[in-house]
Design a protein around this ligand. Sequence first.
Ligand code: HEM
Length: 360
Amino acid sequence: MRAVTAFARLSPPPRLVDWSILALVVAEVASGLLSFTVGTPDGWYVLWFHRVAGITLAFLLCLKLYRVRNRIRYGEHWERSTALSILTAVVAIATLATGIAWALGAVSVESRVLYWTVLSVHVGLGLALVPLVLAHVSTRFSVPRRSDFADRREAIRYAGLFAAGALVVRGQETAAETFDTSGSKRRFTGSKPVRGEGNGSFPITSWVADDPDPIDPEAWTLSVTGLVERPVELGYGEIDTESEERALLDCTSGWYTVQEWQGVRVGDLLDSVGVSGEAEWVRFVSVTGYRWSLPVEEARDALLATHVGGERLAHGHGAPLRLVAPGRRGFQWVKWVERVEIREENDPAQWLVTLISGFD
Ligand code: HEM
């Protein structure tokens, strides 16, 4: 009990705690979503910040719950907005708990809540937290005063809290490496390994809602159009399947797999149609309309795969043709590709399309 009181004494002024919690929730959602665009280790700091800020937020939430404990326990000053406050606290705690359980290796990729991994549940809770926190703030709005920020002691306290968060994260990483828990096999993105070769060895997932009917390869064609000298339309039998690449697929639902992919190198495809000098981007479009663009130079190294682990690609994994884009996250590896478009412009609307594609 004395430790709790001493911890509470370290607490910054209540208004500052409340506004810091809001700022950290916003930072968590931003860094969490940003981490989905990071596929190569040079972006490690995005997830590192997310983890440290998450632990700092957990400290602040403890301080806040300690402060309001009597109001909750004895029902003091209950108002209509109290129910919203409690719901917000419950969702915040569940978001923190699912994130920490994932990072500690307390849950695996196989632990599912209905269809979803615990990491996907964490992301869903994190997104639900945004409107809840905003509604909570609007019912208990109290503008921070300049004096709240002017005090050097507060700055030192905050630096201390963040440093403590960083120490907890470092301590957890060291413990995971030392005791070889499942947490230690995570990539810097938080994803955990699934092992094996071929279609059956890794989960079938869709970024949001894409779920087309199986495609008959005999009725399907691949068109290569845009800034090219000789646009083509190729049947399945005309796709060259000579190129192979061992590449890592890292899914935002929290798993990764290393597979042997086989198909046609995009660079070879581009050479065969003659790309014009203005070409900057290559857009890969699915039969569902889902799409993603890569800069030409990066796209040249990508593969359009017909096979995985020596087997013909299964429908769920994107047959007859899926993009294999090493260093990109799974949602950018477009499945069921039917068009390759060579363009001058990038395609910002692709973000929106990835979210709504598949909904009627
Ligand atoms: C909504 C978007 C969010 C996304 C995409 C996201 C993503 C992630 C990912 C990928 C991890 C795993 C990190 C790892 O295993 O190293 C993680 C962990 C975590 N997240 Fe989030 N998150 C989001 C929102 C939030 C929010 C709103 C909070 C806080 C309320 C939060 C708190 C945490 C915490 C505490 C951890 C565990 C840190 C640790 O123990 O090392 N996340 N998150």
